[in-house]
Each structure stands twice: as C-alpha cells, then as structure tokens.
Write a protein that binds this ligand. Sequence first.
Ligand code: 0HH
Length: 221
Amino acid sequence: MSLPKIIYFPVRGRAEVMKLAIVASGNDFELEQINYQDMKEHPELYPFGQCPRLVDGDMDLVQSNAITRYLARKYGMYGKSEKETAAVDVILEGVESLRVKYLNLVYQDQLATKDTYWTTHGDLATTAGRNGGAHLAYFSRLLARNAPTGNGKAFVGSDLTIADLAVYDIVDLHYRIFEQVMKATYPDLLAFHAHVSGLPGIREYLASPRRLAAVNGNNLG
Ligand code: 0HH
C-alpha cells in the first residue's frame, strides 16, 4: 500500500496539519512538490486551481480542510461521539478564521500591522479584540472549558483530535511572530503546544528534516 501523498509548495503552510495528523497516528507520508503549470492546466486534478492536494489510494482530494477531515476520520482523530465530532468542527472553523487573519498579516500586510494585529487577535485586554471572532484568547478559554476531561492537553474530550493539531499549528505560527507577548499572555496555550510537540510521532517528525524550514511563501512569519 503506497503512502498518502501530499502535493504542495515546499512550505509548511496549509499542509502542516495533515502531516501532523499522519505522523501522530504512527504513519508516514510522501511529499511531492507542486508543478504550478500542471495545477493550472489540469482542473480534473486541481478543481480550484490550487493546492494542497492529497492522493491516498483511490482518494484524490483538494481543499486543505476537507483533506484534514478525511485524515482525521481515517486515523480516528475526529472525536468519539457525534457531540465530540461537532466540537472538533467548531474548533477547526475557529482556527480557519484565525488563519485567514494570519495569512493577511503575513502576505498582504507583510507584518507591518503586527501591533494592531496583536490587539485585535492576540490580547483580549483591548476592546478591539472583541470584534471578528478570530482570537487567541478564545482558544485559551476553550482549552480551559475542556480542562475537566482534557486537562489542558486536549480541546475536545480526553484524546488527541485533529482540533488539537490545528490549534497547535496556529499557535506555533503566532509564537514565531509574537513570542514575548505570548509567553506573558498564554502560558496555557504554550504548555499545550509543548505537550503536542512531545507526542510520539510528532516529536520525531519535528526534529527531522521532513519538517520544512519555510513556513510561508514569502519567508515572513
Ligand atoms: N481553500 C484552499 C485550501 O484550503 C486554499 C488553498 C490555497 O490558498 O486548500 N492554495 C495556495 C497555496 S497555499 C495556492 O495554490 C499558499 C502557499 C504559498 C507558498 C508559495 C511558496 C513558493 C515557494 C517556492 N495558490 C496558487 C494560486 O492560487 O494560484
């Protein structure tokens, strides 16, 4: 049986959560660098003219969040009940909201709006942060809300889900830009991040050359 193949640019970007899901479940993946021309000329393979794309047996998918959910179902990381699965979806959508803001900060604003970004999406001490729904503080609260079962180590239930890996990635991306303020403001999210970094499969992957150095296409963030 061949390995799941992720076809993408040579950056972590929107493929990172997929890789984390695969290695966390003790499996491996193949990585293929995208051929940009192919991507534009083969709508049957790239229906939106974009990547990442995942090929896994007879499964051939695009749209990162569809791929991520497929992998979560395949590897049993999508909650243990209908209620947990729905809760995982809530977190995934929240991460997507924050990711869109983050991508604007990096690609559109080229980090020039860093300070405003933090007051809007980082530190809820300011009123600006109450607009838009994409905020690190909300993840901090959700982690605390699930603490009776998750113990600060899981956002849904007690076991690792794809929601944890998605939050891990978005926290990781923000930490690269906002290290000092994050240490002061979100020790809980950073403790969660440290926990996930040490999980079997993930620990080895993070230390390996397979963890790409480039996070984004423009070397910012
Ligand atoms: N909704 C889609 C999804 O979630 C969005 C995918 C998307 O934006 O899957 N794909 C982008 C690539 S992600 C795309 O295909 C951004 C990474 C950029 C890295 C560039 C690195 C170059 C380094 C050599 N964009 C192409 C396009 O839209 O034409």
